[in-house]
Design a protein around this ligand. Structure first.
Ligand code: ADP
Ligand code: MG
Length: 666
């Protein structure tokens, strides 16, 4: 469990708390509540629903509830005698006739139990197989008793005072053993000063770890790619459009960056269609003018092909050699491309992950551009970095992403790289009309599809992939596919989902992009970045279950051409207030930055950052959405620590991030 010392145990923090300090009235319960109840046993019987189960109905005078057991012994069954009392702790859920608790913890009493078993909230720790939760609790308590006092406060006194922070020892003691008089609500929602103090230190540790990475990068060397301006100016004249102000600004940032003798690591973020590719082209030309190769890596063959065509059309007239490397090439073609890469004849190389195979030897790789980075593992990116053939230098890197990261988040969690934002779309882009409707109106939508396709346009129908374990009602892509195939026999319909082999997926996407498929039913796997100008209608089922940033990404698939585009967000009724608000945001704005910001507020950072392989998935106590108010302080504290107490940085990082090596690769 990454616990090696008593101190690690102290930092093994509760995920949440259970309230066993009071007994709820059954008549007041709602579904989804974790609570303690007590009631008289009415009847215990085995029933045959979909699965055989033991059902025990209990009643406390205010209402009744069913305790349901799928696994039980006959002895257990006999224990539930009518008229006896039972006290239990568990989570309520909606049952067939009334609320239920499935496999609650319980104890049977002769008469009404008068005592509650705990005086204060019970911490629930992350566990692992083979260790009982109570064992973990007792180990943590031993560590607190024996080692708590020796724990070193790493936050300097002046910062504790300036930022009003509770001392670390107190905060830890509190988190592991909340006193019985604590206000339980603040503890449960994580807003207690003790929790805030710990969350702040944890986020600070991650920020410092990333910052250290940046410093390390600045000690490495890279070839300075000097501005000549020549070829890029010529391309600008050939483009047939003028760069937006935002593009101009980002081009300037990037060109200045790669002119430095230290390796660039810059994220270019901008909405789908904001024109990131041409920015990459500017940097590539600068590198090529300096007699360095540029490699552009894209996650799928289709995207590689699309980029290759673009770059050939831009670069051929400039006398620049473009090569494509994918897994699809024949052995002879592949040998030829590899030879051109090695000899330096290929100046601009575009490929899938095939680029980092052993056989690929660059002549002089000065710049590496990575498109839609989240599809690549960090290791893959690093492998390429080491292939530059630049002696002790490494290539510059640019990463392009269509999922903008809000500034507050980037400030802390992208502290190791520089961020440029293309926050403006080229003129004349039409907005995708977005409609939010309940799924019981799907017949209307289906009827509309036929007309849309008969007028020669194409349609996406997206169904979020539902895990088997998922109990919520949802339309799986396969079911939708078979229903639509029956209702719309006149259309050519295809199904694409994550379980298909990637070659099959590519083949279907290829056919769709060539117009051979009218309606594409898919899970959320459809490619980011693939352009099908003829697709003008997108329907997304169960839209309420997806993050806003993801919905926005999906929506970006339509409206790439001349026709008027529509996105239909279908939801399962009833829609909660918050869900309604979220979908409303999407209907009213098409600014990816604003949407990402809202997503952060509503759902936390998981989805936005989930793509990054840092320790962030393993936060022990901090929660990005909940603790984002701490960010400004964290940035200030980090600055002060680096300046005035640099010796504290390493121990602070090590204390919170057991495996801080993961940041070495970030
Ligand atoms: P993305 O940021 O999604 O990768 P692309 O680079 O693929 O966007 O650009 C989308 C389309 O817009 C391309 O056809 C590109 O040539 C075009 N484009 C890019 N910049 C401009 C501009 N300033 N004016 C007009 N069209 C542009
Ligand atoms: Mg793109």
């Amino acid at each position: 469990m990454n616990i090696f010392s008593p101190e690690d145990l102290l930092f093994h923090l509760p995920l949440r708390y259970q309230d066993r300090t009071r007994t709820s009235l059954i008549g007041h319960l709602k579904a989804g509540q974790e609570t303690m109840i007590a009631g008289v046993i009415h009847a215990a019987e085995t029933g045959f629903g979909r699965r055989r189960s033991l059902q025990v109905r209990i009643d406390d005078g205010t209402g009744s509830i069913v305790l349901r057991f799928f696994y039980f012994t006959s002895k257990q069954q006999q224990g539930f005698k009518a008229g006896m009392w039972v006290q239990c702790f568990g989570e309520t859920r909606r049952g067939r006739q009334s609320l239920e608790m499935v496999h609650p913890e319980y104890r049977i009493h002769e008469e009404k139990p008068s005592m509650v078993p705990e005086k204060s909230l019970t911490p629930v720790y992350p566990g692992t197989e083979g260790i009982h939760p109570s064992k973990i609790r007792s180990l943590v308590n031993q560590a607190l008793e024996k080692h708590g006092a020796m724990l070193q406060e790493l936050m300097p006194q002046d910062l504790l005072v300036e930022f009003g922070l509770m001392p670390l020892g107190d905060a830890l003691k509190f988190a592991h053993n909340p006193p019985s008089d604590v206000e339980t609500d603040s503890l449960r929602d994580g807003s207690h000063p003790a929790q805030k103090r710990l969350a702040l230190e944890e986020l600070l540790a991650h920020h410092l770890a990333l910052n250290r990475l940046r410093l390390r990068r600045h000690r490495e060397s890279a070839p300075p790619i000097l501005q000549t301006g020549g070829t890029w100016k010529r391309l600008k004249d050939l483009l047939g459009f003028r760069l937006t102000t935002a593009q101009e600004r980002v081009v300037k940032e990037v060109l200045a960056d790669i002119g430095q003798p230290t390796p660039t690591l810059r994220l270019i973020q901008g909405d789908v269609g904001s024109g990131k590719t041409v920015v990459a082209a500017a940097a590539a030309l600068q590198a090529i003018d300096n007699r360095y190769q540029t490699a552009l890596m894209a996650p799928t063959e289709l995207l590689v092909e699309q980029h290759r065509k673009t770059f050939v059309s831009w670069f051929a007239g400039l006398g620049i050699q473009v090569a494509g490397l994918t897994g699809k090439l024949s052995a002879a073609e592949r040998r030829r491309v590899l030879a051109r890469i090695e000899s330096g004849d290929a100046q601009m190389i575009i490929g899938t992950h095939a680029l980092f195979q052993q056989a690929v030897k660059f002549n002089r790789l000065g710049l590496l551009v990575i498109d839609e980075q989240h599809r690549f593992g960090v290791d893959q990116r690093l492998a390429l970095r080491n292939k530059g053939n630049l002696g002790s230098s490494v290539p510059h890197q640019i990463i392009m992403s269509a999922t903008p990261i809000p500034r507050s988040l980037a400030m802390i969690f992208y502290a190791d790289l520089d961020v440029s934002s293309i926050d403006e779309l080229p003129p004349g882009r039409q907005r995708v009309q977005t409609i939010v409707i309940p799924s019981d109106r799907r017949d209307e939508i289906t009827a509309r599809i036929s007309g849309v396709c008969q007028s020669g346009q194409q349609v996406y129908w997206v169904c979020p992939l539902i895990e088997e374990s998922d109990k919520l009602p949802a339309q799986a892509a396969m079911k939708t596919y078979s229903v639509l195939s029956k209702t719309l026999p006149e259309l050519s319909i295809a199904l694409i989902h994550g379980k298909l082999k990637s070659t099959d997926k590519e083949r279907i996407m290829q056919r769709f992009s060539h117009g051979g498929i009218d309606l594409l039913v898919s899970t959320t796997v459809i490619e980011v970045g693939v352009d099908v100008p003829n697709a003008n209608l997108m329907i997304i089922e169960n839209a309420e279950r997806l993050g806003l940033a993801q919905l926005h990404q999906l929506r970006g698939r339509v409206g790439r051409g001349a026709g008027k585009a529509t996105c239909v967000l279908m939801y399962q009724s009833p829609l909660g207030r918050l869900a309604k608000k979220r979908l409303g945001i999407l209907r009213n704005t098409d600014d990816g930055f604003e949407i990402a910001q809202k997503d952060l507020e509503h759902r936390g950072a998981g989805e936005l950052l989930g793509t990054r392989q840092t320790g962030l998935q393993n936060l022990k106590i901090a929660d990005f959405a909940r603790d984002r108010d701490l960010l400004p302080d964290i940035e200030k504290i980090a600055g002060k620590l680096n300046r005035n107490h640099p010796e504290l940085v390493q121990p602070l990082v090590a204390r919170w991030i057991t495996n801080s090596g993961q940041y070495a690769n970030a």
